[in-house]
Write a protein that binds this ligand. Sequence first.
Ligand code: GTP
Ligand code: MG
Length: 608
Amino acid sequence: MLQLSSISSDEKSIQHERMNIVIVGHVDHGKSTVIGRLLADTGSLPEGKLEMVKDQCLRNSKPFEYAFLLDALKDEQTQGITIDSARCFFKSDKREYIIIDAPGHIEFIKNMISGAARAEAGLLVIDAQEGIQENSRRHGYMMSMLGIKQLAVCVNKMDLVGYRWEVFDSIRREYGNFLREVGIDPQAFIPVSGRNGDNIIGPSPKTDWYKGFSVLEQLDCFQKESPRVDKPLRFPVQDVYRFTGYGDNRRIIAGRIETGKVSVGEDVIFLPSGKRSRIAGIEGFNRAAETTASAGQSTGFTLETQIYIKPGELMCKSGELQAKSSTHLRVNLFWMSPQPMIKKKQYKMKLANMQVPVWLTKVKSVLDASELTTSSNRQQIERHDVAECVLESLRAVACDEANDIPQTGRFVIIDNYEIAGGGVILQAEESTDTLLSEHVRQREKSWDHSSITQGVRSGRYNQRSALVLICGSVGTGKKELAKALEEYLFNCGRLVYYLGVSNSLLGIDSDIKATNERDEYLRRLGEVSHLFTDAGMIFITTVSDLDDLELEIIDKLNQPNDMVLINVGEGGFVRRKPDLSLEKVDLASLQKIHELLQRKNYLVEYNL
Ligand code: GTP
Ligand code: MG
């Protein structure tokens, strides 16, 4: 027995199994009609809705369509969950269903990637009379790419072909072959008529040659995905809240656990920065404090040590399979924008909560997802192409290969504030030849070098040039130290310059945009350092809360010139050991830096 879909708050508290199903297919093949039928025939519509819509049609003298039911439900509040044009809700005896009507690729990909409506299974609708069309194939391919392996095909509008088995069978054979080629083994082909209701919730006498399940029975046959709690921990940091009032010095790291679980006292690592700490507490929102949090939960953590974490980082657990960090991602990408994806253009990649600039650097092969033909010598990716390609970023991206953990192995590409493509990560490649090194190489090649060499400059200025970078948290007195150092060296007759552009506010802001601004700031800082050090100067500057990856950006851009790294306070770097670590800024600090510069031969003593 099927029940009405309106759920009272009492019922809501009972946890039913719930499954998200996406419905796709070529335009006008009958997706909305099939859904309308499912809702109507399972008694999932609010009382009187069907009659009301039929009445309206009669009054406007237009023929009734089951698809109209979806529009009529848009403003419906009684179903207990918000319904938009793309989502419907009903339940069978077995479980609750959310059917996601994907009006176009973009919506579909967006929902799938953002996790807003991750589908566990799919229904693909093909018009029996029109047969298999371009998008029938493309959508099938996208299902495969996005890892939706459970699929049933509704061969719709059987009424238009006289319910003939031959028509059904030929589509079943041809499309079945196509699906198997893209790695999907369809669970069922069902001959249906959305308009007449054949094989929607039960067997139809008009297709007595068909012995399989109806659409509803097939939905109940789909398996729930294995619980994501069993997988390694993946917690994309969405926000970092700082509490400063009343001596409260906590930072709460907030987000939603995608996979796995974590308990108080366990060691965690943040990627790509590589920072480590231990879970001190789990802060529930409107919930009592817990000791373990697991997949699906939106929650916040406090850490035992105060490390500076940025939104977008991925928290993993020590001792488990960790996410990859790479600037080179080999991906399968589906391109949707009318403008082709081209090389040398900056795009934005959004993966979990991270958003980074990326460039297309290699197109390995391009597939026509409808014809399944590949071409290997393409330079750009056209609309509707599926390409195996390499995307590169300046800063490493923390991610998983989609085969391991799909939740953190999918991404979208944003161009001009719009989603232009989406895809899955095939491999996080290891590479030392990064975009940055390439940039530095090119810069050095095209630089019109002065005829005065570094050696000659050093001789004249009695010093070797270097970038002196003073790092630490906000409020450690770095700036005062940097300025004092400049003054001190200046008074000793050294050629020195302190750059006092403050960036302490950038990056602390939880806005993702700020991360990009910070990257741009660091990039400029690196280039400016390079100019000053090239001119033979000792160039002093400070940056707050710098991590290893950011340090690498500055260091690389300043190359081939030297960098002297000084860290103030606790925390700091994971991979690179500072040349000098100061617990705090005090009267001895200046002397220590001076000695360091002498020891490293940056300050050549005068020959009198
Ligand atoms: P888009 O959302 O625009 O891509 O279309 P859709 O796939 O949702 O198709 P929709 O359900 O709106 O149906 C398109 C047309 O096909 C409508 O005029 C329906 O009445 C008609 N149609 C749908 N199912 C059947 C069917 O089983 N038999 C017949 N004869 N017509 C059908
Ligand atoms: Mg529709």
